[in-house]
Design a protein around this ligand. Sequence first.
Ligand code: MUC
Ligand code: MG
Length: 367
Amino acid sequence: MKITRIEAIPFAIPYAKTLKFASGEVRTADHVLVRVHTDEGLVGTAEAPPRPYTYGETQQSIVAVIETVFAPQIIGRSALEREQIHAVLHRTVGNPAAKAAIDMALWDVIGQGLEVSVSQLLGGWTDRMRVSHMLGFDTPERMVAEAQSVHDAYGISTFKVKVGRRPVTLDVDVCRALREHFGDTVELYIDGNRGWTPSESVDALRRMADLGLTLAEELCPADDILGRRWLVRQCPVPFVADESATRPGEVTRELLDGNATALSIKTARTGFTVSGRILAQAEGLGVEVVMGNQIDGQVGTLCSVAFGAAHRTTSLRAGELSNFLDMQDDLLAEPLQIADGALEVRPGPGLGLTIDEDKLTHYRQDA
Ligand code: MUC
Ligand code: MG
């Protein structure tokens, strides 16, 4: 399984519906498809979705760091030398989506080489994940209508509501409208993407105390150190660290400092290898996890399902796996189908994905 070539292909697919949240908005999926080739003709595939406003990575920076920094140090090694390859990636600070995509493409190669599904290699707990749908900023009426339509079309009954607007009543009204519309038939939780101050967050949580929310994520910045601790201490539900806990060291620091009591694991950010280490930290420390979404396309979503379904702890909660529904098109030859509120793992070998080459030719930006 000698690595002979690593491709970083920028592609752009427009969204049918803009997703808006406190730290940004997404109109086009300007992602990078990463392909790892081996001497036996295997090709491992993964997707890197840049989030410039969160981590500073862009489509161009991902292509550049893979082509000029990572690929030259990895080509010539065996895909099985995972610790060696991780030492190379680890030497460079940051660039999480670029590193994660390389890691996942390598696992795809290994799975194909061994003729086993990656999800089974990782843990093989189950064959599907329940799906949570993310509702971006809009009016209460339109957000309720979107929730009802994905509920009807896909059987989804868990919703992550984006919050963090001012005044806080804008988002409180949305959560109340959703609860009144659905009664107790749905799970609701919130993600502020650092939009509120600690006191706005506490105010919003008080106003929503009767709504049965199950999680609160990144309501204020983790750098509001004492305010964030004060907020987390009085938060009635697990407080999820997402963009504040992106690697094992940060995870330890944020949890031990009392800045969070649960973790979002995103394969787009920590691949399979580091996500597995973070999961072990969460299990060892006894905190809950949720499989998050970095607004992945279908390739990335398939990777999240493979990891989430592989482990008992990650499949306890619904994973955020439906952002691809907002895209006008995608790259998989056989598109993902959410049914009965769940997404199935592809049987493999590897990740079990095939790229539609005509679509890639159409959407790629470097041709
Ligand atoms: C989330 O959980 O925050 C928004 C930005 C990003 O990086 O991921 C999404 C969802
Ligand atoms: Mg989040």
